[in-house]
Design a protein around this ligand. Sequence first.
Ligand code: ADP
Length: 269
Amino acid sequence: MSREVISLDSITFHYPGSEQQVLKNVSFSVREGEWVAIVGHNGSGKSTLAKLMNGLYFPKAGSIHIAGKKLEKDTVWETRKHIGMVFQNPDNQFVGTTVQDDVAFGLENHGVPHEDMVRRVHSALRQVKMDDFLNQEPHHLSGGQKQRVAMASVLALQPDIIILDEATSMLDPTGRQEVISLVRALKQEQEMTVLSITHDLEEAAKADRLIVMNQGEVYRTGTPEEIFELGDELVSLGLDLPFPIKMGNALKAQGVPVQGQHLTEEELV
Ligand code: ADP
């Protein structure tokens, strides 16, 4: 069994100045090379979890370990080196005037020598299949291409873990498909650990394991198949079942035999 690279143990949290307990006794772990998706309705605490794992806030109770190290105020810079964060709006993530400047920016900040930097920029853009766009202005790219450049900026820093916080939610279906395929390739070909935070169960269906959040608590964890078997229970938690699962459930309800609830590639993207 591979080692745990993210582990949350009994996390409780409320924002400064607010009485609302946003996270209640949340525990889960992510193993090296695993793709875990955190799903849940709006306001269930998903983004707050990302902020805690990135050390923007600290839990009121419980502990977080990243790559074996406890995340605390004085270890936050060290633990952040292991994590690459990709956010919802790709436009807010650009700092460079060209694609290559943008990817180079983080490396410059880390004092990476020029030759090494050029090599890493090219390699990261190859990883996301954007190496033909080196001199383009990021703002002129499609949504999916922008998000892939944002991912290249993160990959150039060579993290062990990528956290995607609603990274596909502003994209059109083509852009979503581009990003999801890229995440799958990173996991399968480079054994990257991925934690994706999403309200989209079709995206989550690609993960190895799902964590369902509800009102600040872990409601259930399991493989996509196990979670989709919850059917209408998920709908009552404010989640929208993927179309093929809805169809399968409707047919089953009418007594039509349905083979498994697995989603094929074609159905998902
Ligand atoms: P999700 O990502 O699942 O939509 P969030 O983690 O953003 O959920 O929010 C969880 C809860 O925390 C919500 O009730 C939200 O209103 C509250 N919340 C989020 N950010 C803040 C903040 N900066 N200050 C106070 N409350 C917040």
